[in-house]
Each structure stands twice: as C-alpha cells, then as structure tokens.
Design a protein around this ligand. Structure first.
Ligand code: PLP
Length: 380
C-alpha cells in the first residue's frame, strides 16, 4: 500500500483554515523559507534563452554530472566518477528507482522509523517487506544498533540510512556508521544513504557510510538541490550509484521521466560551482532558530526536545502532555493555529512526538510557541 506525505495533507488543511480568515503559523512543510539564490535563478533564465528547452540525456547533463562527481568527491572524501551519477527530477525518484530496481517479493529492506514516509511506502510498492529500525531519542535519534543487528537476515537486500534526519533532526555518529558498515559489509545487499540534508548541519559533518572500507561499491548516495540550494520547485536531485547499477537505473528513468528538465540542470551547475555564501547564511540562520526552538519547546509543559544536529526539524517528545501525537497536532492546528505534524505520520515509532519544521521566520516561531503554551495551560 502506498503511503502519502502528511506534510502536504496538513498544508492543504492549514490553507483551508486561512481561506476562512484564520491565522496559521506554518511549521508543517519541509521546505526552506529562503528563495533560490539570484545567481542560480539567472543561470536558469540564461539557459532558457540559450535553448535548453528540449529533452536531454537520460542520465543527466554531462557537465552537471561532472560538477556533482567533483562535489561528492570533495565533500565526502571519496572518489566518485561522473559515470556513476544519475540526475533526476528531485531526489525522490531515486527512492522509486532504487526500490523498483533492487527489491521484489520475498526481499526485506531496513529503514529508519520514524523516517521519511516514502521509504516504507516505496519498499512496499516494490513488493518487499519494510522492516522498521527504531531511532532512539536518548542516542540523539541514532538507530538502535542491537535491533538493527537482529533485523538483518539473508533476505535483507537494502538498508536505508538518513543523516541528518527527517523528521528528528538527529544525525548518526561516525562510530555508529562504522558499526553498521561492519554489520553489512560482507552481506549481499546495498545501502541507500539519504544525505539530502548533508549541508545543513550545526556541528560536525556527518560521516557517509560510503567512506567506510569496502562500502563504496555497496552504497547509493542520494542528494539533491531542494534543501541546501532551496530549489524544491525546480525538481532536481541526483544519486551516485555503484557502477553495476547505473544502466538499470537509467532504464527505469527513461521509462518514467525520460530525463530531468534541461534548463534546471544548467542552473544546478551554477548552484554547485557558483558562490556558496547564501548556503552558508541559511545554515547559520537555521542554527540560530534550532537553538531558539529547542529551548522554547523545552519550556513548554509536558514537552522534552533533543538538540537537533542538522536539517530544519525539531522533534519534541510530548508524552508528558498526556495527549497522543495525532490528537495534539490536530488540536494545535484547530485551536491554536499552529500547523505541525504528529510524529506518527513518520511511522509507529514516531508516536509520542511532534515534528516542527523551523523553516519559518524566528518571529513566527515565537508566535507559535506562545500559542502552544496558551493552549496547553488554558484552564490549569
Ligand atoms: N529525502 C528526505 C529525507 C527528504 O526529507 C526529502 C524531502 O522532503 C527528500 C528525500 C526528497 O526531496 P526532493 O525530492 O525534493 O529532492
């Protein structure tokens, strides 16, 4: 069964309330509140004028693939080749292609829970069994390594990792990445490492499992331009695949999308090779908001919030309120005008939490916190 994305559903309902004249603070959608950099927009316009309005190569614009290989090699400290890069309309199609290409009935895939809902959805869509691996709050939302070890079987064909994470904002420390690599290295499986938030970190850069001995040929690195470069609506992402998988992935893409929009890819070259000041400024602003919202959520009755290591999500534990995740998110929307998501929208181990996206101006976050406080303390 396919699973939808709660963020889009709540956004529609919040907009409906606004249409009735209600004021809503939007903390539901996972999209930076910053515009694409002007120099990237200019590059897109120039590309349109220059005639990049036609179909392009299925695997992606060769110059962009080169820029991506260079970027991944530098940032991850591995040697990625442009022949391994497949450019796609957003990062999401890589989940589709990987699951459809690698999984089938009888196979199992391990995925983080709470996690990006498309993981479970796409594993199931490919006919395989989704095996949830719990994230542990008091381990900074890293995975439960014992549970992980016990969940590996001869049927495990894929392991999904995500760091920094949606929805928790947690990161997986290097020692856990090393332990996971040791557990999977000699197994007949691939790892899909979703690194789409890799630029948005507030401390040490997370370690990519692709850097661990023996893992380069087993790891698919998923990344893209939606988050760091604020290009959600341009629909552009990519993955770096082990060489053995590239032709199968291109076959899936030619069947599905043919190729990624040509002018968008030219803009993406500028995003990677042009000035990075806007990316840095955005990450600094997210760091400021992250510190503010963590303290603010911790000051609410019944809330307990771990410090996020990256991305732009806070994931407070709300069991102290005595209200379930879904019910509390619903009441916050209807009674307080604050749109957020129940943790259960990200899987069963998300129950007892809420997800707040702080891709919203600081003054709006302050308004949201005071509205929540007022609702929680009303009548007490
Ligand atoms: N992976 C994670 C963990 C995400 O949170 C998202 C978007 O929210 C994506 C992948 C896909 O992003 P896009 O398709 O916009 O590149």
């Amino acid at each position: 069964m396919l699973i939808g994305e709660g963020a889009f559903a709540v956004l529609v309902r919040a907009r409906a309330l606004e249409a009735q004249g209600r004021d809503v603070v939007h903390m539901e959608i996972g999209e930076p509140d910053f515009q694409t950099s002007p120099h990237v927009i200019e590059a897109g316009k120039r590309a349109l004028d220059a005639g990049y309005t036609k179909y392009g190569p299925t695997q992606g614009d060769p110059e962009l693939r080169e820029a991506i290989a260079e970027y991944i090699s530098t940032t991850r400290g591995i040697s990625a080749d442009e022949s391994q890069v497949v450019v796609t309309p957003g990062g999401k199609p890589n989940l589709f292609y990987t699951m459809l290409g690698l999984l089938g009935p009888g196979d199992e895939a391990l995925y983080p829970n709470p996690g990006f809902p498309m993981y479970e959805s796409m594993i199931g869509c490919a006919g395989a069994k989704p095996v949830p691996i719990p994230l542990v709050e008091d381990r900074g939302f890293s995975i439960d390594l014992d549970y992980f070890r016990k969940s590996l079987t001869d049927r495990t064909k894929l392991v999904i990792l995500n760091s920094p994470q949606n929805p928790t904002g947690g990161t997986i420390p290097a020692e856990d990445i090393r332990a996971i690599a040791e557990m999977v290295r000699d197994r007949d499986l691939y790892v899909l490492s979703d690194e789409i938030y890799s630029e948005i970190v507030f401390g040490d850069k997370p370690t990519s499992i692709s850097t661990m001995p023996g893992m380069a040929d087993k790891t698919i690195i998923l990344d893209g331009f939606s988050k760091a470069h604020r290009m959600t609506g341009w629909r552009i992402g990519y993955s770096v695949y082990p060489k053995a998988l590239v032709s199968m992935i291109c076959m899936l893409q030619v069947n599905c999308a043919s190729c990624t929009a040509s002018f968008t890819q030219r803009a993406a070259i500028e995003a990677l090779r042009g000035p990075q000041d806007d990316v840095r400024a955005m990450v600094e602003e997210f760091a400021r908001r992250s510190a503010f919202i963590t303290d603010a959520l911790n000051s609410l009755p019944g809330f307990r919030c771990a410090k996020p290591g990256g991305a732009f999500y806070a994931f407070p534990n709300i069991t102290g309120t005595g209200i379930g995740s879904n019910e509390l998110a619903e009441r916050l929307l209807q009674e307080a005008g604050v749109a957020c998501l129940g943790g259960d929208a990200f899987g069963e181990f998300g129950e007892g939490y809420l997800r707040f996206s702080y891709a919203t101006a600081l003054d709006q976050i302050e308004v949201a916190i005071e509205r929540i406080r007022k609702m929680l303390t009303a009548g007490s």
